[in-house]
Design a protein around this ligand. Structure first.
Ligand code: ZN
Length: 282
């Protein structure tokens, strides 16, 4: 299933794509694409619905982030060896964990606002993992059973705030709008192998990032098992699993985002995002 949320910011309604790719409203069935709805029982209830009988959403509404009420937005850094190399950093011995503020979460086609005074705003296409059931001390073997589904994430980053100040990466990762999720949450049954997905990102119609999740240093199951030893993962938590090479910081000379730039990024089978960069104006 492809689950999504549509409507104005903060007022998104739950929905599902039907076989023809049309949006069907789910608000008569569930409150949101969030929390218990992401559990195996919750997803089974939606799977049992006759989509033809759900209200058709006409026009082209704004899409919101495909998951609501995200509790934790966890990210793995330097998880592709070729990206670690372009960043001038060593291949990590264990997953590098950082967090993004949940207030950074945005819709897949919302404008990317370049923060006030920012000079080094960068892109990162990533596979997002949405947790469906509580996970604490889970083995690698059982880890994927805790996944509700997958989505595209753009882990936008302001490199100066991330790397040139003091403290952790979180400042450079958490600016408003720096976490577009979607367009949809693709349930786990439609993604038989999360380690065989093709990711790509175009800036102004030119390809900058291309990669496969087969090249991850730590795979999805290993990441979930690892994180669950440090904190309990809950339904609706999102884990962004790292980016393949081709980010702006890795180019010689570096190329950072400017107002008017257009990003298009996606993962084959999980849909694509489209963003226009705009100046901070409020
Ligand atoms: Zn990242």
């Amino acid at each position: 299933m492809k689950l999504l949320r549509y409507g104005g910011k903060g007022q998104e309604k739950p929905a599902i794509l039907d076989r023809e790719g049309r949006i069907r409203d789910l608000s008569g069935q569930v409150k949101d694409i969030a929390a218990a709805v992401l559990s195996p029982d919750g997803l089974a209830r939606i799977a049992a619905l006759d989509l033809e009988r759900l209200p058709l959403v006409t026009g082209t509404p704004r899409l919101g982030p495909c998951v609501g009420q995200v509790g934790k937005f966890l990210c793995i850094g330097l998880n592709y060896s070729d990206h670690a190399a372009e960043s001038g950093m060593a291949i990590p011995a264990e997953p590098v964990l950082f967090m993004k503020a949940t207030s950074a979460i945005a819709g897949p086609a919302d404008d990317v606002v370049i923060p006030r005074g920012a000079q080094k705003t960068d892109w990162e296409v990533e596979l997002g993992v949405v947790i469906g059931t509580r996970a604490s001390y889970v083995s690698e073997k059982d880890a994927l059973q805790h996944v509700a589904g997958y989505c595209v994430v753009n882990d936008l980053s302001e490199r100066a705030y991330q790397l040139e100040g003091t403290g952790q990466w979180v400042k450079g990762k958490s600016c408003d709008g720096f976490g577009p999720l979607g367009p949809w949450l693709v349930t786990r049954d439609e993604v038989p192998d999360p380690q065989n997905l093709q990711l790509w990102l175009d800036l102004n119609e030119q390809r900058y990032q291309e990669g496969s999740t087969a090249r991850m240093i730590f795979g999805v199951a290993e990441i979930i098992s690892y994180l669950s030893r440090y904190m309990t993962l809950y339904p609706g938590d999102v884990i962004s699993t790292g980016t393949p090479p081709g980010v702006g910081m890795g180019l010689r000379p570096p190329r950072y985002l400017r107002p008017g730039d257009r990003l298009r990024l996606g993962i084959v089978g999980l849909g694509e995002q489209n963003q226009v960069c705009v100046e901070h104006s409020f």
